[in-house]
Design a binder for this molecule. Structure first.
Ligand SMILES: [Zn+2]
Length: 105
């Protein structure tokens, strides 16, 4: 029997008493290929080389952002009910409600 624990709060999720929620995140690069669509220029080897260069550029930029391997493109997390509720309210962990953090003690 598999045991799951919440990836956010690390509490074990009992399948009998708790609900396990799965969060799947896919991260991929949106490639703006307006220049390479071949609408104005004839498609040819030159375009392809250009495109490859852009790809290389993108990959380098991704490297700068951290060690993003192939497996980081698709992520999967298990969340308990509490954390699921928190997560859907703020999936990116952005600080919207400053008052919750520092303004008051
Ligand atoms: Zn949790």
């Amino acid at each position: 029997m598999l045991h799951f624990s919440c990836d956010a709060c690390k509490r074990p999720i009992d399948p009998h008493t708790g609900t396990r929620h799965v969060v799947k995140i896919e991260v991929f690069t949106a490639i703006e290929d307006d220049d390479a669509c071949g609408c104005t220029a004839e498609p040819g080897e030159h375009d392809e080389a250009d495109h490859l260069e852009e790809m290389q550029d993108l990959l380098e930029r991704l490297d700068d952002a951290g060690d993003l391997g192939d497996d980081t493109r698709s992520m999967r997390f298990d969340l308990c009910d509490d954390c699921r509720r928190k997560y859907v309210r703020n999936p990116l962990g952005l600080k919207k409600g400053k008052q919750l953090d520092f303004s008051q003690n």
